[in-house]
Design a protein around this ligand. Structure first.
Ligand SMILES: Nc1ncnc2c1ncn2[C@@H]1O[C@H](COP(=O)(O)OP(=O)(O)O)[C@@H](O)[C@H]1O
Ligand SMILES: [Mg+2]
Length: 290
């Protein structure tokens, strides 16, 4: 029986919920979170979605420390024609390593390890802050309102259109820069997690690092605009790190061509000094957007 057939069913019972405040504090303490994720005992509660790639909701415990996590076993991955090399789990870990090297810590601590369904990625669960201000909105098509940036005009039925917008927010702008470096093909609304400490984390980075331009995101609000000074500084540091320790850490997860393409994207962003433009004349938007 193939590994993915043995995966647990979609969750029906109520699994242990993560406390948003505790989860945010642990996410911000990467050394502690990484030790817990690497060495802790994993208990699988069930599948999160019926998506083609298995994402399992888990608890992880080590001594007096415990947390919730998502575990994506490599054996639960379906082959993707446009990502023929490596694994989704490996790219998730590579994306985490790169995010950690930026100093911006935009992705929850993530490791590659063995688990009850074989090797896979394990990522700290960051319970969304129920009181967080929305990051996306649908507004009048003549908009956007002040403080919001347009993504696309969307058909909302009955012949009406609305403007899909994202917040004009420095946290999202950092994620937009990270996604340009990662070549993220799947930055939808559900992949933005507002943590209780005010940070916004990005999740689900299995379709990243392609050698072809696949940037598919909602965060087009700054397309073509000059990168902020902090982004240029970060990219300059990142270029050095990709030629050094970070580059070595990515080698097990990416092909040589994917690593070269990552260096080239960083060089390209530094060269233009601008946020990328969508590759076609219509923004490359994940659909559905949430
Ligand atoms: N680290 C995490 N913290 C909080 N929620 C998460 C995390 N990872 C996944 N989720 C939740 O689980 C859902 C499914 O996970 P995702 O990584 O998007 O898997 P899939 O590959 O199936 O799309 C997400 O949309 C999100 O709601
Ligand atoms: Mg997803």
């Amino acid at each position: 029986m193939p590994a993915r057939e043995r995966l647990p069913a979609l969750n029906t019972e109520t699994p242990p919920r993560a406390d948003p405040v505790v989860a945010a504090a642990l996410a911000a303490d990467a050394p502690t979170a990484l030790a817990l994720l690497r060495e802790g005992e994993l208990t699988v509660h069930g599948r999160l979605t019926d998506a083609s790639n298995a994402a399992l909701y888990c608890s992880v415990a080590l001594g007096s420390l415990s947390a919730q996590a998502v575990y994506k076993p490599v054996g639960g991955e379906r082959p993707l024609w446009d990502f023929p090399d490596g694994t989704l789990a490996g790219r998730e870990v590579a994306a985490y390593e790169l995010s950690a090297a930026t100093g911006w810590a935009l992705i929850p601590p993530t490791v590659l390890r063995d688990g009850p369904h074989g090797p896979g990625m394990v990522q700290l669960w960051v319970e969304p802050d129920p009181a967080a201000e929305p990051l996306l909105d649908l507004q009048d098509p003549r908009g956007p309102e002040a403080g919001w940036l347009p993504i696309v005009r969307a058909d909302v039925g009955d012949g009406r259109t609305a403007l899909l917008v994202h917040h004009d927010d420095a946290r999202l702008r950092r994620l937009a820069v990270l996604d340009a470096v990662l070549n993220n093909a799947d930055r939808k609304g559900g992949h933005l997690i507002p943590a209780a400490d005010g940070r916004v984390y990005g999740i689900d980075h299995g379709v990243t690092f392609s050698t072809e331009d696949k940037l598919r995101t909602l965060l087009w609000g700054w397309a073509g605009e000059p990168l902020p000074a902090e982004a240029l500084e970060m990219l300059s540091r990142l270029a050095g790190q990709l030629d050094g320790e970070l580059g070595e850490r990515l080698v097990p997860h990416l092909t040589a061509a994917e690593l070269d393409a990552t260096r080239a994207r960083v060089a390209g962003l530094r060269g233009t000094g601008r946020h990328p433009l969508p590759s076609a004349d219509w923004p490359a938007i994940p659909w559905p957007p949430v």
